[in-house]
Design a protein around this ligand. Structure first.
Ligand code: UD1
Length: 426
């Protein structure tokens, strides 16, 4: 367990330039897809974060070799000989279940521990199962392990997803590339990371069209025609949005590089509605603000709606805005744990089911706070940068899951921030 704490002194401005890493949510799935390549896949722009280390371990348990050279991963899946992903790994990272689709695509079977609290038929992975069953996969639960088989092989199908689930779309896509015939996924998730995955699958010899829209169509190809490839991970739009929120919070000007502004259209719209100037180029976005922050209503929705992964960062902006903002969380239940920590710093938030009513206050006060999840942790650090006095952010294991060198990047933008051993605080 990580025993470090971030200490940040407030009343600082974030300004300058920062480059985002490759997208965590893309790289994890690209790594899983390498199973279908049966040889050495080379992935560039892979972030140095703990979730990637965990996915490397998942692949290693399956028999792959994973070698890191800086931000490049060489993944050799030629000798993958196990189809089982154990609970100790799935329980640490839910995204481990994204090996389900490619394992089925390659071997026609898989054994993946059920993520904690999930049951067949109940929420959480029900849509993964519905999609895969339509492709001909049979499921059984054996002592907490989801066992998938394909008694009659994989065959193309037409599925209309109940909700555009990112994980379900990806698992289905990765299984369907080797199914016999044509598959259509309607109401598919449209996230840019899915387009990135489809681009990689196509570079491996798959035939996927429409990824990035709500209708994905796949012409199955024989497994033997798939081959490894070299691919560069798309930039992390959530990391970019986090730094932009920091620039908006403190005034900037702050420029993020390495990101397609089209990925963040809705977030940019909300920044402008809050009184920020936002300029964009091919792969950069600059934010600056001279006026007070205006309140704004936000509701999280699947892409291209406002991303749930930026909800906490924008709640922080709303907490310092001039009036009342209503933030509605439509994607995940219970994703307002951040609000309680922010209230400890002086924010005025009332929670009502999946709505948060945020009344802007003049300033926040530094305090000891805990990351409750990855994005909440990142937002609490930003809160510390603008608060009065000193803030200590605990439970950095969440931030380390998804942000490469968060402290270093913020320091380069002007934050007074450091990581220290928790013991040194006593
Ligand atoms: C991915 C992202 C996560 C992001 C989320 C939504 C990764 C590793 N994580 O998560 O950062 O916040 O997309 O943009 O890529 N659901 C079901 N049944 C299912 C599948 C999902 O009920 O079979 C529900 C979930 O409980 C959740 C909602 O649908 O409430 C969205 O989930 P989903 O889009 O699948 O998100 P993830 O792929 O888990």
């Amino acid at each position: 367990m990580n025993q470090e704490v971030i200490i940040v002194r407030g009343n600082h401005t974030l300004k300058g330039d920062v480059r985002v890493s490759g997208a965590k949510n893309s790289a994890l799935k690209l790594m899983a897809a390498s199973i279908l390549g049966q040889g050495e896949t080379i992935l560039h722009n892979v972030p140095l974060i703990s979730d990637i280390e965990l996915m490397s371990e998942v692949l290693a348990r399956l028999g792959a070799t994973v070698v890191r050279e800086g931000h490049t991963l060489r993944i050799n899946t030629a000798d993958v000989d196990s189809c089982e992903t154990p609970y100790e790994l799935v329980s640490k990272m839910r995204a481990s279940i994204s090996v389900l689709g490619p394992l089925i695509g390659r071997f026609g079977e898989a054994r993946v521990a059920m993520p904690g609290g999930c049951q067949i038929g109940a929420r959480k992975i029900d849509m993964h199962l519905v999609g895969l069953e339509a492709l001909g996969v049979a499921f059984d639960v054996d002592h907490g392990v989801l066992a998938a088989t394909t008694p009659n092989g994989l065959r193309g199908t037409h599925v209309y997803l109940e909700f555009p689930s990112v994980g379900a779309t990806e698992n289905m896509l990765m299984a369907a590339v080797t199914a016999e015939g044509h598959t259509a996924i309607e109401n598919a998730a449209c996230e840019p990371e899915i387009e990135d995955l489809a681009n990689m699958l196509n570079a491996m010899g798959a035939r996927v069209a429409g990824a990035g829209t709500s209708l994905i169509e796949i012409e199955g190809v024989p497994l033997s025609t798939l081959h490894p490839c070299e691919h560069t991970t798309v930039g992390d739009r959530i990391e970019a949005g986090t730094f932009l929120a920091g620039g908006a919070l403190t005034g900037g000007p702050l420029t993020v590089h390495g990101i397609d502004p089209a990925f963040l259209r809705m977030a940019i719209m909300k920044l402008r509605a809050m009184g920020c100037d936002v300029e964009t180029g091919d792969d950069w976005i600059t934010v600056r603000r001279e006026e007070p922050l205006s309140s704004v209503d936000i509701q999280t929705l699947p892409h291209p709606g406002f991303p749930t992964d930026l909800q906490a960062q924008f709640m922080l902006l709303a907490a310092l805005a001039d009036d009342v903002s209503v933030i509605t969380e439509n994607v995940f239940e219970n994703r307002f744990m951040f609000a309680a920590e922010l209230m400890r710093m002086g924010a005025d938030v009332t929670l009502d089911d999946h709505h948060a009513i945020v009344r802007g206050v003049d300033n926040l006060e530094g305090a000891p706070v805990s990351s409750t999840d990855l994005r909440a942790g990142a937002a609490l650090v930003l809160a510390g940068i603008v608060a009065d006095g000193e803030t200590s952010v605990h439970h950095l294991e969440h931030i380390d899951r998804g942000y490469e060198d968060y402290v270093g990047k913020l320091a380069s933008l002007g934050a007074d921030i450091r990581r220290v051993p928790a013991d040194s605080l006593r």
